[in-house]
Structures are given as structure tokens and as C-alpha cells.
Design a protein around this ligand. Structure first.
Ligand code: ADP
Length: 538
């Protein structure tokens, strides 16, 4: 067979020609901006021309500091296709972290959304390798120039550039296409570099019917940011399939999201559970039209059954749980139940982290690094490998995370004979009580099934007798009230007695990380600092 390289340039060529009439709709809060895939292809060519003029050659890193919108999509296509490396910076990190990451990645150019200029300007003075900043939209760019960068208007840079670019056709499919840093909840962030081949294969896997099953009839709304593990592969997958994209830009609150879904007849969307929680609340209070929605992808942290059930029963929308990591491109498993599974059995599969998709292999490893059986019972660290699983971190950081050609995921759980993964915890969140493990995820999911509970995060806190005991930090819905005893009684139906939390704190909101996950580090710290009002059950 012919050895044609699997590249992002090929995804772009296909999507912007064969599917040139598919749409990219960018929300503006008012009237959406509309472009076709054909338009994006032409803009990508002009952007590549502009970047070449700024001296971007070979595998230089071009960073983006952008919302999900049409300009970001053009960067997604242009930068890797010209042979450079797309580096999606996380706009939610502190200026120090942004600068640390930009320096580590050696970013040469940053494309920034006009509305984010003030944020970038705070990091830029410490960014040693950035020579050029390209600004989309309108903004006062003086703080960028003051930081010593050459500032360019995106529109001016692209103006008059040819709508065709001489894309290299000899790129090695194993060369770097894009990079993304983990959000670094422990220690410094770690960089993962995706190859053209890994991005191509991951996109194909996402299109499979067993996965998201994207087709040209779909209209996809990636709420998950394009800086969070490539928006879970939705942008490249959509371009490959010719599925139209509805881009939320900075309008990430429940109200505009519900409006986008209804007005643009969105069929597929993806976001972390906390977003869907907000959307559900909004739908209950104000209504909304989710009638076109085929599937809502949810992951990044465990998806509470109560959330999935409410969407299905009240809105007729299927929520599909997926599991993965920045290191796995990110999709590794999807919780589609086996054919024939019904009722409670189906729920058991749907509330797992999912079945590994083709291309991903997994195993369970014990404390002594021995491989345990994948029988659904043996608990250990999950290790994975596959063509879109990273083999190392940038600059060889943290080599201990790699074990005999497998990635140690840091997630603890089981794998059953059908390849369904169940995650009980991240290893750093596991609660060790009297020598036994308690799953914080299980407790959270059970608690979030209580009608008054909006969110619940459970962490282990030091205990003189048991080493650690669970503390539940609970957010109660507006206008509701509930006591720790009532919650404990509620849990007692599904959780063994010794696992029940005996410390409770009612908090206004669970602190979140830069990608919207529960930030348990902060809760533990607040507890240690005596900042939580804790009710202790004896
Ligand atoms: P970060 O590591 O910066 O939080 P990632 O998005 O790469 O960012 O996080 C990957 C981790 O998210 C996984 O290792 C796992 O702990 C968690 N995760 C992702 N999806 C799920 C899921 N469906 N259920 C439970 N945990 C999940």
C-alpha cells in the first residue's frame, strides 16, 4: 500500500475542500459570525503566509491564547500544516504559570484574542522567547509593546496574503504537530507533544460509531476549551467529518450555551460535568431547546449518575461519559454499554469511565509494579499505551511516569474483562482509612444524587486514630437546606458504614482548577488552615 503520511495538513485539505460548505459559527453574544470550512481554509493559508513573514520556519512553536472561535480553528489548521508546532496556552493559569510554560515550550509567536490582551500582558515580560504577538479583533495593545514584543494586528497580517499556501507535502507524520501542558495540579505542568500521526489517528477514533460517531450531519459545540487537551479532539474530528462547529467564544455561562444549542440546532457537545450541572439548572428554571442534541460528551472528572439521569429523563438527552488525559490526546475510553445491557446493568457501564476504544490498551498494576488481572476486581494503578498516548514528557520530565512502554496514569481503579475501566480515584486523592481505601469519587457521586446537593467534593483529612477520614465539602442548592445527619442517612443506603464521611463543611462553591475540575488541593489546604466551618459527627 502507499505510504501517505497521516498529517493535519491532510485533515485540513479534506475538510476544507470536500466539506467546504460546512459551517463554523462563532458566538458573539449578539449576532453569530459565520464562516464555511472553505473560508477557514483560505484564512489558514493567509495565516500561514503571515506567520512565515514573521520568520516562522521548521518546528518553531506558535502559541495560541484564545477562546474557542474561528480564528483559533484557523490556527489549529495552519500552524501544524506549515510544519510548525501549535501550542495551546491555558488562559486560566496565573501569569507566572503562563510564562513558565511559554518559556519551557520556547514559544516564538503568540496569537492572542483581543479580549485577552490584558491577561497576556501580565505574563509577557517574563516570556523570554516570544518575539511576536498577533492580536485578533480590537484591543489596546500598548501593554504588549511595553513588554518588548513586536505587536501585529491579525487582520493586517493576513490582509492581501494569497488564499493558497504552498503547504509542505513531505512532513514526517511522526513530527511534532501540537503541544499541550497538563494543568499541573501537582508540581510544575508537564508538556505533551502530539504528532501529526497521533492527532490523525485520534480523530479517526473519535469519528467511530462506538465513540462520538461524528458525521457531516452533526453540529458540534465544543464547550471544553481548545487549550484543554485540544478540546478533546473535537475540532480536528469535526473538520475530518465535515461536521459543522458552533464555537462559544467567551460566552461560557449556562444561558448563552443553552441559547446556542437551541438556535444552532447543536447535535453533539462536550464539556466537564460542572458545566453540564449549570446548564441543567438553567434548563430546569428557564427551559430551552435541546431537541436536536444527540449526545453530550462528558468527562475530565467522574460524571455523577444523577446528572446523566436528569438529562436523560427530563431533557431526553444522552450523556456519554469518557475518560482520558492530556497525555492520551485525550480520549482513551467511552462508556457505551455493551449491546443488550439494559436498566441497572446499563447504568453500571455508563457510570464507569468507559470501555477502551480501539487503539488504546490498558492494564492494572499493583504497588510492586506487578500486573494484576483485568477481572473487574483487582484494584491498582491504571496504565495505558497506544498510538495517541505520549511516550515521554517534553524535555524528558518525570521519567518515572513511564513503565516498560506504558504510561502510569495516576488513576486508581479496575479494568473488567470487557475492557471497561472504573476509576475510584486519582492516586493523590485516595483516602486511606485504617489501612483501607475509600473512594472519594464514589462518595461524591452518591452525595450529588441527593436532591438538595448541587456539588460535593470529598477529601481525606488527617485523623489520629484512622490516619485519614473523609471530609465532605457540600454545596447546597439555593433555597434548600439539609443537615449532615440527613446526608449521612442518605448515603448509608449505598455506602458501607465505615466509609461514611464524618466531617462535613457547607461551602458556597467548590473551588475549581483552570479546566473546571474540583480543586481538592485547595479544600485540603482550607481545612488545614482552619478556614472551613467543620461539623464533626462522632
Ligand atoms: P489535569 O491532569 O491537568 O487535571 P487532564 O484533563 O489531563 O488534566 O486530567 C486527566 C485526569 O482527569 C485523569 O487522569 C483522571 O484522573 C481525570 N478524569 C478524566 N476523565 C475522567 C472520568 N470520566 N472519570 C474520572 N476521572 C476522570
Amino acid at each position: 500500500m502507499m505510504d501517505i503520511p497521516l498529517t493535519i495538513g491532510e485533515i485540513m485539505r479534506h475538510g476544507t475542500t470536500v466539506h467546504r460548505d460546512a459551517e463554523v459559527v462563532t458566538w458573539t453574544g449578539d449576532r453569530p459570525r459565520r464562516a464555511t470550512f472553505g473560508d477557514i481554509g483560505r484564512r489558514a493559508a493567509q495565516l500561514a503566509g503571515g506567520l512565515r513573514e514573521l520568520g516562522v520556519t521548521a518546528d518553531q512553536r506558535v502559541a495560541t491564547f484564545q477562546w474557542n472561535n474561528q480564528e483559533h480553528l484557523a490556527a489549529y489548521l495552519a500552524i501544524p500544516s506549515m510544519g510548525a508546532v501549535l501550542h495551546t496556552l491555558n488562559i486560566r493559569l496565573s501569569p507566572d504559570q503562563v510564562a513558565w510554560i511559554a518559556n519551557h515550550a520556547e514559544d516564538h509567536v503568540v496569537i492572542v484574542d483581543g479580549s485577552l490582551v490584558p491577561l497576556l500582558a501580565r505574563a509577557l515580560p517574563e516570556c523570554k522567547t516570544v518575539r511576536h504577538v498577533v492580536v485578533t479583533g480590537k484591543a489596546d495593545t500598548s501593554p504588549l509593546a511595553a513588554a518588548g514584543a513586536e505587536v501585529h494586528s491579525y487582520d493586517e497580517l493576513l490582509a492581501g496574503k494569497p488564499e493558497r499556501f504552498d503547504w509542505p507535502d513531505d512532513l514526517d507524520e511522526r513530527s511534532a504537530a501540537a503541544m499541550c501542558y497538563t494543568s499541573g495540579t501537582t508540581g510544575n505542568p508537564k508538556g505533551v507533544t502530539y504528532s501529526h500521526r497521533s492527532a490523525y489517528l485520534h480523530s479517526m477514533a473519535l469519528l467511530a460509531g462506538e465513540a462520538a460517531g461524528l458525521t457531516a450531519a452533526d453540529r458540534c459545540l465544543p464547550v471544553v476549551p481548545m487549550f484543554h487537551a485540544n478540546a478533546w479532539g473535537i475540532p480536528y474530528g469535526a473538520v475530518m467529518a465535515g461536521a459543522s462547529l458552533v464555537m462559544p467564544d467567551r460566552f461560557l455561562q449556562a444561558q448563552p450555551l443553552v441559547e446556542m444549542v437551541g438556535r444552532e440546532r447543536v447535535t453533539v457537545s462536550g464539556a466537564v460535568p460542572s458545566i453540564w450541572n449549570d446548564v441543567l439548572r438553567h434548563l430546569r428554571e428557564h427551559g430551552g431547546d435541546f431537541s436536536a442534541m444527540r449526545v453530550v460528551l462528558c468527562g475530565g472528572s467522574a460524571v455523577p449518575r444523577a446528572l446523566m439521569q436528569a438529562f436523560e429523563e427530563e431533557m431526553g438527552v444522552k450523556v456519554l461519559q469518557a475518560w482520558g488525559m492530556t497525555e492520551t490526546s485525550p480520549v482513551a475510553s467511552i462508556a457505551t454499554p455493551p449491546v443488550g445491557a439494559e436498566g441497572e446493568e446499563a447504568w453500571r457501564y455508563r457510570t464507569s469511565a468507559g470501555r477502551m476504544i480501539i487503539g488504546v490498551q490498558g492494564r492494572v498494576v499493583g504497588d510492586d509494579d506487578s500486573v494484576l488481572p483485568s477481572d473487574g476486581d483487582a484494584v491498582g494503578e491504571i496504565e495505558v499505551r497506544g498510538p495517541w498516548v505520549t511516550a515521554r514528557y517534553n524535555s524528558g520530565a518525570d521519567p518515572d511516569r513511564f513503565h516498560d512502554g506504558w504510561l502510569r496514569t495516576g488513576d486508581v481503579g479496575t479494568i473488567d474483562e470487557l475492557g471497561f475501566i472504573t476509576i475510584s480515584d486519582r492516586s493523590k486523592d485516595v483516602i486511606k482509612s485504617g489501612g483501607e481505601w475509600i473512594s472519594s469519587v464514589e462518595l461524591e457521586n452518591a452525595l450529588m444524587g441527593h436532591p438538595t446537593v448541587l456539588e460535593a467534593a470529598v477529601v481525606g483529612v488527617p485523623d489520629t486514630r484512622w490516619e485519614e477520614r473523609p471530609l465532605a465539602a457540600v454545596v447546597v442548592a439555593e433555597g434548600e437546606s439539609v443537615s449532615p445527619d440527613e446526608l449521612r442517612d442518605f448515603l448509608a443506603g449505598s455506602v458501607p458504614k465505615w466509609q461514611l464521611p464524618d466531617r462535613w463543611a457547607f461551602i458556597p462553591e467548590v473551588p475549581k482548577t483552570s479546566v473546571g475540575k474540583f480543586d481538592k488541593k485547595v479544600i485540603r489546604q482550607r481545612y488545614a488552615d482552619g478556614e472551613l466551618d467543620v461539623y464533626e459527627q462522632r
